[in-house]
Design a protein around this ligand. Structure first.
Ligand code: LLP
Length: 437
């Protein structure tokens, strides 16, 4: 929630006043500070480089996937992971180097796997036996080999929202470890001429504030890899510890800098290295939120207001749960200011609500704000991850535009949807002339 201001005291993003962006591109609007994205990717890379450990910083593109974002990731030399044919298609449209793409998912379809193989995706992160069967089928007559990682459910729970936990044993993701399913998968892949096992993957959850889970998962995965080395003579090349590094949404949140998680992972790796008689693998991480979350801002215009005697007023803006479902879905909290007086002392506490026909359409339940007037531009911070990517057309509202700002220059990278876009897939219904009796 740190922000910059210009000499008039207006909030600026990437060197441009937020209210100016609102005037130029209208609201609701997603704005990204591209310098902040670059800085975070570089900060992650620096930790590995200083420790002299081979690595990949694989941006988890589910957090925010557009052609322009894949282009930024590409220009920073990041890898990306995709979780659907649609994300892969977008990365292809951005001309993202396919060798640096990992394909995730607990139920990849045959069509998606075909697309991935045809595109030459670098790594497929195999989640289950059904997927192995599909890959066998698809690779049956080919001569090439596909690099894969085995995703395991490591049996480690992260302290975060239940929907954001993925690493516990009772999870839909990954091969079970305790029952030996992961070992069976490794054995099967190692015997398969079409698949080349690079290593292992686990992701313990999202919006995590403590390093302990990452230390534990690193240890656990090294242990599994060591077993595979002993049992099968396997030499692991890659240990992928997933993403999930938490960010601050409000003053109450006090996360470590994202790089601190990587330092903890590397320290665990080093401390275990003497126990292994194989060379240390490359460490891959998959941060999504920590790369794009703090770089993203949502801009809205204040419209109506409802005052109820004795109760907190409702201040309504022109967006809401359609462009940011996180408060409704996870009770996520955010911080907001007025674009032109971001440092003004709060005059009241309001419910900052959206325009959607649902009582749960609350962006910030208790927002301390200066007195607002219809037409004021409100800026909500840290909406860069899982905002646009989870947006919907609920109530048939068009999705907002996305603007990238860097070095004082703003550029539209996703156009605002129009009413025509909303009906572009709709067909008229021709009722059968013979009505059933
Ligand atoms: N790797 C894998 C395999 C994942 O499943 C995820 C997120 C990530 C990496 C990136 O995690 P991050 O660094 O962004 O925390 N919609 C939810 C978050 C869902 C995360 C799903 N997986 C939210 O808005 O909080």
């Amino acid at each position: 929630m740190d922000f910059a201001t210009n000499h008039e005291g207006q909030l600026t993003i990437g060197g441009v006043a937020a209210s100016q962006l609102a005037r130029t591109f209208q609201t609701p609007l997603y704005v990204y500070d591209i310098g902040a994205i670059r800085q975070q990717i570089r900060a992650f890379k620096r930790v590995f480089e200083e420790a002299d450990v081979s690595y990949a910083v694989s941006y988890a593109s589910k957090a925010f996937a557009t052609i322009a974002m894949y282009e930024v990731a590409k220009s920073e030399g990041a890898h990306v992971d995709v979780v659907s044919g649609g994300e892969l298609y977008t990365a292809q449209a951005a001309d993202f180097p396919m060798a640096a793409v990992s394909f995730h998912g607990n139920n990849k379809s045959k069509a998606e796997l075909t697309q991935a193989l045809d595109a030459g995706v670098g790594t497929i992160i195999v989640d289950n036996f059904h997927e192995l069967d599909l890959l066998d089928d698809l690779l049956g007559d080919t001569v090439g080999q596909q690099d894969v990682l085995i995703r395991v459910a490591p049996g480690i729970s992260a302290h975060t929202h239940a929907y954001d936990q993925t690493g516990q044993t009772d999870s839909k993701f990954g091969f079970d470890l305790a029952s030996g399913q992961a070992d069976e998968a490794a054995k099967r892949i190692l015997a398969d001429d079409h698949l080349n096992l690079l290593g292992i993957h686990a992701h313990i959850g999202s919006q995590i504030f403590e390093v302990a889970g990452f230390e534990a998962v690193t240890q656990k995965l090294l242990h599994v890899l060591n077993n595979w080395h002993q049992q099968f003579g396997f030499i692991p090349k890659v240990l992928n510890v997933g993403g999930g590094f938490g960010i601050a949404y409000t003053k109450q949140d006090d996360p470590l800098p994202p790089e601190a998680f990587v330092k903890a992972i590397l320290a665990t790796l080093k401390s275990q290295s003497q126990t292994l008689n194989w060379p240390l693998p490359a460490i891959w991480i998959e941060p999504g939120r920590s790369i794009v979350g703090p770089a993203g801002y949502s801009l809205y215009t204040v419209g109506s207001r409802k005052d109820v005697p004795g109760l907190r007023p409702y201040v309504a803006v022109d967006g809401g749960m359609g462009d940011n479902i996180r408060p409704a879905l996870y009770q996520a909290t955010y911080t907001a200011v007025l674009a032109d007086q971001p440092n003004a002392a709060p005059a009241e506490h309001v419910h900052l609500v959206g325009k959607y026909c649902e009582s749960g359409d609350i962006l910030i339940d208790d927002a301390p704000l200066p007195t607002t007037t219809s037409g004021d531009v409100v800026v909500v911070f840290d909406t860069g991850a899982y905002g646009y990517s989870m947006a919907s057309n609920y109530n048939r509202n068009p999705r907002p535009a996305v603007v990238f700002v860097e070095n004082g220059q703003a550029q539209l990278v996703v156009t605002r949807e129009t009413d025509a876009d909303l009906i572009k897939n709709d067909l008229h219904y021709a009722a059968p002339t013979e009505q059933p009796a």
